[in-house]
Design a protein around this ligand. Structure first.
Ligand SMILES: Cc1ncc(COP(=O)(O)O)c(C=O)c1O
Length: 431
């Protein structure tokens, strides 16, 4: 049955699920406007780390709605409490005795822009980023988000109206999470960074990086690679910004993904799931010495730090920052990937960390470039929503809510392998 509701907005993405109209959600399930249920393993690309309408979050939201939702200037007890909670989260694995400060914004892109402003105030200059970077779609963050693809899709030329060319673009190693960080690809990537820095180090303010690549294909370089890169960047006095909007707050099995990989950014940006899937909110956390460079009046936002968003975010942090819960994310994710490796047809490459898994179908592209597209459509028919990604749409990303149960993960693993076998033709291996 087709949906009676047709969105008429422009610029919807090229995604096999883009025409779905959602009507209701609960936990890992979502229903479309016709009443059809789906398992939602896209999860707002990490906006739904606790699933849809979590009862505990709805309860605090309802309480807050009855008390105070907005205040001019944003100062409220919930803002102070949230700022302190974020400092605790970032202090846990980081160096002792840091004097941390927090800035709260609405969206992820705004959070990245604030971090960029802070870095620029510390040392005016450009940014370094990965070739597979994605940091948002505002005018500023479009500029540092895989511009080739963004500009091809949006019609923008390489130079956005930002007034300057800012990019030092570092190739992100595609060698995967099992690499020791010293393979030829990792070495080549570090060498590109070194060459860029030797020439442009003094006029570059920061390197911005995700602790694993999200929107641009879900790639997972090793902690050792990141540690090498961060050492290289620091030798030239740049700040390091970790964009943990998608991969932080539990997605990879730890609250602060960079810290768990053994590298310490100067500025960390959180977003998405901080708002519990209810309200947009993002945060930049960093040392006071850098954060204070954000002078008076340089930054403000009407809805930044509003009491409703802060109250929900406090509860989100309480729920996510739990050792046993995070262990479930790590172990559950590992088991899920093991299951997939055993059951998917030969030729599928499975990688990931925590509750973030990607299946690469590159080796089937000679069959049909559209194999991943068709598979995602077939999965949708079977009631499972997953995310088609990668430069050639050859990768399928799976992002369950972090509190998903093991039975559901096993069930989804079986749907994935059975449907791909069918798609490839009676279970034939074609590698
Ligand atoms: C790593 C990363 N940074 C920034 C953003 C932008 O966040 P928002 O869409 O809330 O502006 C996203 C969104 O997908 C993201 O994945």
């Amino acid at each position: 049955m087709s949906s009676p509701f047709r969105p008429v907005g422009t610029g919807r993405s090229h995604d096999p699920n883009a025409d779905l109209v959602f009507h209701r959600g609960s936990g890992h399930c979502v229903w479309d406007a016709t009443g059809r249920a789906y398992i939602d393993f896209i999860g707002g690309y990490s906006a739904l780390n606790l699933g849809h309408i979590h009862p505990r979050l709805i309860a605090v939201a309802q309480e807050q709605i009855r008390q105070l939702t907005f205040c001019t200037g944003g100062n409220s007890p919930w803002r102070a409490e949230l700022e302190q909670a974020l400092v605790v989260v970032v202090s846990e694995l980081g160096p002792a005795n840091r004097n941390l400060k927090v800035w709260l914004s609405s969206t992820g892109a705004r959070g990245v822009e604030v971090a960029w402003k802070i870095a620029n105030a510390n040392r005016p200059g450009g940014l370094m980023r990965f070739d597979l970077s994605y940091h948002g779609r505002s005018l500023a963050t479009s500029h540092i988000s895989d511009t080739q693809r963004s500009s091809a899709l949006s019609g923008f030329s390489k130079t956005y109206p930002m007034g300057q060319e800012v990019d030092g673009v570092i190739p992100y190693p595609r060698c995967g999470s099992q690499c020791d960080g010293h393979c030829a690809e990792c070495d080549a990537s570090i060498a590109v960074a070194q060459r860029w820095l030797e020439k442009n180090g003094r006029t570059t303010s920061a390197m911005i990086m995700e602790p694993a690549i999200g929107a641009r294909g879900y790639y997972f370089a090793s902690g050792e690679y990141y540690r090498r890169l961060v050492r290289t960047v620091r030798q030239h006095g740049l700040l390091v910004i970790s964009d943990e909007i998608q991969m932080g707050l539990g997605r990879l099995g730890s609250m602060v993904a960079s810290h768990s990989q053994g590298w310490m950014p100067d500025l960390i940006v959180f977003g998405k799931s901080l708002g519990g899937g209810i309200t947009p909110i993002s945060a930049v956390v960093g040392d006071a010495i850098q954060m204070d460079q954000l002078g008076q009046g340089i930054e403000s936002e009407t809805f930044g730090a509003n009491p409703l968003a802060c109250r929900i975010a406090i509860e989100v942090l309480l729920m996510l920052n739990d050792t046993i819960f995070l262990e479930h994310v790590r172990i559950g994710g590992d088991r899920f990937r093991e299951l997939l490796k055993r059951s998917l047809p030969n030729g599928c490459a499975v990688d990931g960390r925590g509750m973030c898994t990607v299946i690469d179908l590159t080796s089937f592209r000679h069959e049909s470039v559209d194999v991943a597209w068709r598979w995602v459509c077939q999965l949708r028919e079977q009631g499972l929503l997953v995310h088609l990604t990668g430069a050639h749409r050859e990768r399928v990303a799976i992002l369950p809510p972090l509190n998903v149960d093991e039975d559901t993960l096993r069930y989804v693993a079986s749907i994935l392998s059975e449907s791909l076998e069918k798609e490839l033709g009676s279970g034939q291996n074609v590698t």
